[in-house]
Design a protein around this ligand. Structure first.
Ligand code: COA
Length: 218
C-alpha cells in the first residue's frame, strides 16, 4: 500500500476531500494512523512506555486515542476523528471507515484480564459517528454500524445494525436472510438471535396476533 493509494482511498470515500495534499495535511485521521503505525512497531518490539507516549501525543494533537497494541489493516479511514478511542486488543481489517466519536472498547473493569477485551472489525465495515462497540465481539465483513448504536453482540457479515442495543435494520435483515436461503443456505446456519427476532416480528404481523394477545391477557 503506497501513501498515494491510501490518500486516493480516502478521496474516494469522502466527497469533501478535494486533493491528496488536503487529505495529507488536514485530515487528523491520517496523522493519528501514521503515529499509530510507528507506536505499534515499537510496541511489537517489546517497548511499553515510548509507544504509549507517542499514542498520547497523537491523542493530544488529533483527539484520537489508539492504543499501540491495536492491530489495524490497510486503508483505515477515520473521518473527522475527534473522540475516537481504540483499545489495546482491538483488531481492524482492511478498508474500514470510521466516523468521529467511535469507541472500540471493553465492556467492564476486568479483574480476570481476559486476553481479548476489545472488538474485531472485519474488512469493509463502516462505523457511524458515536457508535460504541464493546467487548471481544466480531463485526462481520461489510457490515454497517449506525450512528450512535451500542453494539454488544456479534454482527453478521453485510448486516446494518442500529439502536441501543444494536439490532439489524429490518429491511436489510429480511433481504439478507431471503438471499441467503435462496442461495441454498440452511436456516440452522443463521445466527439464532436473528431467527428468533424475525419469527417474533412475523408472528406480531399475523392478522390474528392482536386477538390472541388480547385473549391471553384476559
Ligand atoms: C445505519 C445506516 C448505515 C443505515 O443505512 P441504510 O442501510 O441505508 O438504512 P436506512 O437509511 O434505509 O434506514 C433503515 C431504518 O433504520 C433507521 N435508522 C437509520 N440509521 C439509524 C441510526 N443511526 N439509529 C437509529 N435508527 C436508524 C431508519 O430510520 C430506518 O427506519 P425505518 O425502517 O423504521 O424507516 C445509516 O443510517 C447510518 O447511521 N450511517 C452512519 C452515518 C454517519 O455516521 N455519518 C456521519 C457523517 S459526519
Amino acid at each position: 500500500m503506497s501513501i498515494i493509494n491510501y490518500l486516493d482511498s480516502i478521496k474516494a470515500r469522502d466527497p469533501a476531500a478535494k486533493s491528496r495534499l488536503e487529505v495529507l495535511l488536514l485530515y487528523p485521521g491520517v496523522h493519528a494512523l501514521g503515529l499509530h503505525r510507528f507506536s505499534h512497531w515499537l510496541w511489537r518490539m517489546g517497548l511499553r512506555f515510548l509507544p504509549r507516549f507517542i499514542s498520547q501525543t497523537g491523542r493530544f494533537l488529533t483527539g484520537i486515542e489508539i492504543h499501540p497494541g491495536a492491530k489495524i489493516g490497510k486503508y483505515f479511514f477515520m473521518d473527522h476523528g475527534m473522540g475516537i478511542v481504540i483499545g489495546e486488543t482491538a483488531e481492524i481489517g482492511d478498508n474500514v471507515t470510521m466516523y468521529h466519536g467511535v469507541t472500540l472498547g471493553g465492556t467492564t473493569y476486568n479483574p480476570k484480564r481476559v486476553a481479548k477485551r476489545h472488538p474485531t472489525i472485519e474488512s469493509n465495515v463502516t462505523i457511524g459517528a458515536g457508535a460504541q462497540i464493546l467487548g471481544g465481539i466480531i463485526v462481520g465483513r461489510g457490515a454497517k454500524i449506525g450512528a450512535n448504536a451500542v453494539v454488544v453482540k456479534d454482527v453478521s457479515p453485510g448486516a446494518s445494525v442500529v439502536g441501543i442495543p444494536a439490532k439489524p435494520v429490518k429491511a436489510t435483515m429480511e433481504t439478507d436472510i431471503a438471499a441467503f436461503l435462496s442461495a441454498g443456505g440452511r436456516k440452522e446456519d443463521l445466527p439464532p438471535d436473528l431467527v428468533v427476532q424475525l419469527e417474533s416480528e412475523r408472528a406480531d404481523k399475523r392478522p390474528d396476533a392482536d386477538r390472541s394477545k388480547k385473549r391471553s391477557a384476559k
